[in-house]
Design a protein around this ligand. Structure first.
Ligand code: HEM
Length: 488
């Protein structure tokens, strides 16, 4: 007889209602007085009070909150059959026309996932590498000007321009250059999408479906501009494909692959699916990478010995006079930088919380879940658990080395900044490459004068769908010329 599935429900399971948790109010449950932009911290504090499995009401129904690493990873892995993304979240995302691979489920998801995965595989990244160098050169120009003038740059704005330029280049074949031509206002419109999505996901009553408040109308205006940009990208790709029909067989990028699939008979990806995936990728690739980079630069600035190790690694890898990695394999290297990235994302993951819904009756950690039950996974807590390593809260990139202790390994294994299982982030290779390019370029050319808030207080964590540092300013100075060319 085969062993029962680890998540199969059994009569010994406890009901969800029997778990400890804060007392809910009618209709709004436990959301009363909770600041949405720091809800992850609230949920993490409740885990300290109620334990790693507790009950929280995001409205009238109880959700299971899970803070145990092995259970969280199990939930991630049990997709798409056992769990889907929270249905309320899917609905909010789909109704604003962003129905793409992130919000798709089942067979739809499988088809879209295949297209998106192949567009971001290392082979495509290699072909795109020269364009990535060109975007990084634009970043250098911005940093050179700031270094010469002593001006402090708004770090998130700068990094988001970089990531939008990279994503649109790689995925849509368009060189936007929002870094140097910032009046292209797309960024200002994109910025409005995630905060509203977040508010709507957690709204106990979907008021916007019945009454349009001024904030909804303003949001609609921004959204229309984002859609307009998506249509422009699609029109550009259609033109290229009309003049070079070979692109249908050998698409150069995600957008061309989506259009080829859309036009295939029985392809099943309509116009809405093409636009939805364009916008999904634009949004998924922007804040995530920029936020991770922002946190990492701040952590490296506050850990000068780690920063020096990065500078030494980059100086050793680049030839005299070389200002940034200009070979794909060089850019993909950088073990020290990779360890710093992993460690920064362990402490400051862009998704400290994930939301799921059970597709059938299941058991999680001995708790019975009915079909449709909501689950909140506290992804970060497991990776900073002081029971696994006493210094779990410290930024210590060495724990990512193969020679690290068993305690360090247990922390690194618990860290899932890109998610886990079949829906693991398809943009992770691109994100790592971008982060290495940015860090190597800064380390090679500039001293970090400061990466801090104006008043020097630690940056606050805020969540607007993804978690970002509030108010970081970047000040750099050019590294001494002699320093740059000596290479030891
Ligand atoms: C440091 C940067 C990034 C981080 C930390 C990150 C993190 C994540 C996480 C946590 C998920 C959810 C995974 C899950 O449900 O298990 C995800 C999904 C996704 N990410 Fe990323 N991401 C990053 C960069 C990117 C980039 C650059 C792109 C594309 C340009 C991208 C595209 C996507 C897409 C399309 C999905 C949905 C996948 C699916 O549902 O099958 N991400 N990402």
């Amino acid at each position: 007889m085969s062993a029962p599935h680890p998540l199969a429900s059994s009569s010994a399971d406890r009901p969800l209602a029997s778990l400890p948790g804060p007392r809910p109010l009618p209709l709004i449950g436990n959301l009363a007085g909770v600041e949405l932009d720091s809800i992850h911290l609230h949920l993490e504090r409740l885990a300290a009070q109620y334990g790693p499995l507790y009950r929280f009401h995001m409205g009238p129904d109880a959700a299971l909150v899970v803070a145990r690493g092995e259970l969280i990873q199990e939930i991630h892995r049990e997709r798409p059959e056992g769990f889907s993304r929270l249905l309320g979240m899917q609905r909010v995302i789909n109704e604003i026309g962003i129905q793409g691979v992130f919000s798709a489920e089942g067979a739809d998801w499988r088809r879209q996932r295949k297209l998106v995965m192949s567009a971001f595989d290392p082979g495509h990244l290699k072909r795109y590498f020269l364009a990535l160098v060109r975007v990084t050169e634009q970043l250098r120009l911005c940093l050179d000007e700031a270094a010469a003038s002593g001006q402090a740059l708004d770090l998130q704005t700068l990094l988001m321009r970089y990531t939008v330029d990279v994503t649109t280049g790689l995925a849509f074949g368009i060189e936007m250059n929002t870094l140097r031509e910032p009046d292209q206002a797309l960024q200002g419109h994109l910025d409005k999408v995630f905060p509203m999505v977040m508010r709507r996901i957690f709204a106990p009553i979907p008021l916007w479906r019945y009454v349009r408040l001024p904030s909804d109308r303003e949001f609609d205006r921004h959204l229309a501009k984002v859609h307009e940009a998506g249509h422009r990208f699609i029109a550009g790709a259609r033109e290229r494909m009309a003049s070079d029909p070979g692109l249908r067989e050998r698409p150069n990028n995600l957008l061309e692959a989506l259009l080829a699939a859309r036009d295939e008979s029985g392809g099943g990806l309509g116009d809405a699916g093409v636009l939805g995936n364009v916008l999904t990728v634009l949004l998924a690739g922007e804040d995530t990478t920029a936020n991770s980079l922002g946190w990492m630069l701040h952590l490296l600035h506050t850990h000068p010995a780690e920063w020096q190790a990065v500078v030494d690694e980059v100086d050793a890898a680049l030839a005299p006079g070389e200002d940034m990695p200009r070979e794909f394999d060089t850019a993909r290297g950088f073990e020290t930088i990779e360890a710093c990235i992993n460690e920064a994302m362990r402490l400051k993951p862009v998704a400290p919380v994930s939301l799921f819904e059970a597709n059938k009756a299941l058991s999680i950690g001995g708790v019975a879940l009915k079909k449709g039950a909501q689950v909140i996974a506290l992804n970060r807590l497991a990776a900073v658990n002081p029971e696994l390593a006493g210094d779990a809260a410290q930024f210590r990139p060495q724990r990512w080395r193969a020679s690290a202790s068993a305690a360090d390994h247990s922390l690194t294994k618990a860290s899932i900044p890109f998610g886990a299982g079949p829906r693991l982030c398809p943009g992770r290779y691109l994100a790592m490459l971008e982060m290495k390019m940015v860090l190597a370029t800064i380390a090679r050319n500039y001293e970090l004068i400061s990466v801090a808030t104006e008043d020097g207080t630690p940056p606050r964590e805020r969540v607007a769908f993804t978690m970002f540092p509030v108010g970081l300013k970047l000040r750099v100075a050019s590294r001494a010329h002699a320093d740059l060319h000596s290479n030891g």
